[in-house]
Design a protein around this ligand. Structure first.
Ligand code: B12
Ligand code: SF4
Ligand code: SF4
Length: 381
């Protein structure tokens, strides 16, 4: 029997549900599981240090790797601060407080006023979306990873946290059009660098108001169900949350807090219904890592157990990244919802896609611009 809040969010968990241990995500497995770690994954990681820059034509030149790696820089600096103590913050541990919690609490007139304040300040720091949800422990990792020996460690969250503020960060439209390429990876790296600053600054603001605020990027828990619960979008076949402003072309960060906040309601305008008639992402995936058919419970070592959802074959996906020596996001690029949803023809298309006329919207998608050659991106002035 689903809880009403799960029904509203389209979330279905079963009796086999078990919280996920971070050591089993495929990225972490590349450091301890010989079935994932190969010479290619080693070269993949080396390429982020410019130690191996395999030159394989357009999109994979030294210049493409140079831009990708430079775009990661601020995120890398933040992440490396406590790595020697096993805490790769923002990825395998929550981000430490750089400022204390003020002794005096600023009291808002209501939770609604507090949420409005947080949203305003999130925009000021540069977040593109902000939603609030109650902390649902199902989506917290069971344990995090100590990067010294990849052993399991406590998440280290303080007691009393009640809410999650989920932030969305738009990825560069033109760079995403160049995937698969090392150049496209600059869209990902740049947003990690941006979000590191934004999430740390917003958390500092909340601590300055006298409340707990733990800044978090990819670490500590699964942000996709949190973003869905916070009303930012709907989960789709390509394993991404699709929003009404940026489609799937964005990243998420989050803040855990005890600030009394008003929560947002999940919205299901009809993206999943569109996915029922579309398989563009699954068709385009070069290693067929994405599912066809309906959502299911189960999956491999790198999948959470007991959730009815579309699940990828993460080993296949990551093997393709290793081959490229760069991340892939073809499934984000080809998704019909990846379009400039700020312009009126595309907003019109969105209305059609979310209506019973979705088949017409799918047919019209053939007129959307295709892949941009990385060299053409460089040639543009
Ligand atoms: C590890 C990871 C990966 C792994 C694969 C995941 C895995 N199974 O190991 C790799 C490295 C291959 C990867 C690839 C990509 N990733 Co990734 N990934 C993550 C990360 C850091 C952890 C997720 C995790 O622990 N998965 C392990 C288990 C739980 O996986 P799973 O059972 O298959 O569940 C997945 C989904 O079904 C969903 N999910 C989990 N529980 C539930 C419950 C409900 C109710 C629902 C609806 C969904 C849901 O979330 C999981 C995402 O992997 C998250 C950030 C985060 N902390 O959430 C980003 C994240 C999910 N990735 C993201 C992106 C964008 C990508 C890529 C496009 C790469 C890129 N260039 O950006 C590709 C897309 C690949 C694909 N289509 O599957 C974004 C998604 C943003 C969005 N719009 O929704 C996130 C949130 C990172 C971010 N900073 O924003 N990723
Ligand atoms: S990121 Fe690339 S390899 Fe992975 S699922 Fe998407 S299209 Fe497939
Ligand atoms: S490409 Fe089609 S099936 Fe895949 S997520 Fe986008 S709309 Fe859904």
């Amino acid at each position: 029997m689903q809880k009403p809040s799960d029904l509203a969010a389209g979330i279905e968990t079963t009796s086999e549900f078990k919280r996920f241990s971070q050591k089993n995500d495929v990225f972490s497995r590349a450091f301890w599981d010989s079935s994932v770690r190969t010479d290619e994954t080693d070269a993949f990681f080396a390429s982020y240090r410019m130690e191996a820059t395999p030159r394989r034509g357009d999109g994979f030149t030294q210049r493409d790797f140079a831009l990708r790696n430079a775009s990661w820089l601020i995120s890398d600096i933040m992440t490396d601060r406590f790595a020697g103590q096993g805490r790769r913050e923002g990825f395998q541990a929550p981000i430490s407080n750089d400022t204390p919690i003020a002794d005096d609490k600023h009291l808002f007139d209501s939770p609604k006023a507090a949420s409005a304040d947080v949203k305003k300040v999130s925009r000021f720091f540069g977040a593109d979306l902000c939603g609030v949800t109650a902390l649902d422990p199902r989506w917290l990792y069971d344990t995090r990873v100590d990067v010294r020996d990849m052993s399991q460690a406590d998440l280290g969250l303080p007691e009393g946290l009640s809410h999650v503020i989920v932030l969305g960060h738009e990825m560069d439209k033109d760079l995403v059009r160049t995937y698969p390429s090392a150049l496209g990876g600059a869209a990902t790296g740049r947003e990690y660098s941006h979000e590191a600053a934004i999430v740390m600054q917003l958390a500092a603001y909340i601590r300055n108001l006298g409340y707990q605020a733990v800044a978090s990027m990819n670490d500590t828990g699964l942000v996709i169900p949190m973003a869905v619960q916070a009303g930012l979008g709907e989960y789709a076949r390509n394993q991404l949350v699709i929003t009404q402003k940026f489609g799937p072309r964005l990243r998420f960060s989050k803040i855990f807090t005890d600030m009394p906040l008003d929560i947002d309601q999940p919205k299901r305008p009809g993206v999943a219904k569109f996915c029922d008639i579309c398989t563009k992402c699954a068709d385009a995936c070069p290693v067929k890592a994405l599912p066809f058919g309906s959502p299911k419970v189960g999956g491999g070592t790198s999948s959470i157990q007991g959730v009815n959802k579309w699940t990828s074959d993460a080993e296949k996906c990551f093997s393709f990244w290793a081959k490229l020596s760069s991340d892939c996001a073809i499934c984000m690029r080809v998704c019909p919802f990846n379009r400039d949803l700020n312009s009126w023809p595309h907003r019109l298309w969105l209305r059609l896609a979310l209506s019973p006329a979705r088949r017409l919207a799918l047919w019209l998608d053939r007129y959307r611009a295709g892949r941009l050659k990385p060299s053409s991106w460089w040639a543009r002035r």
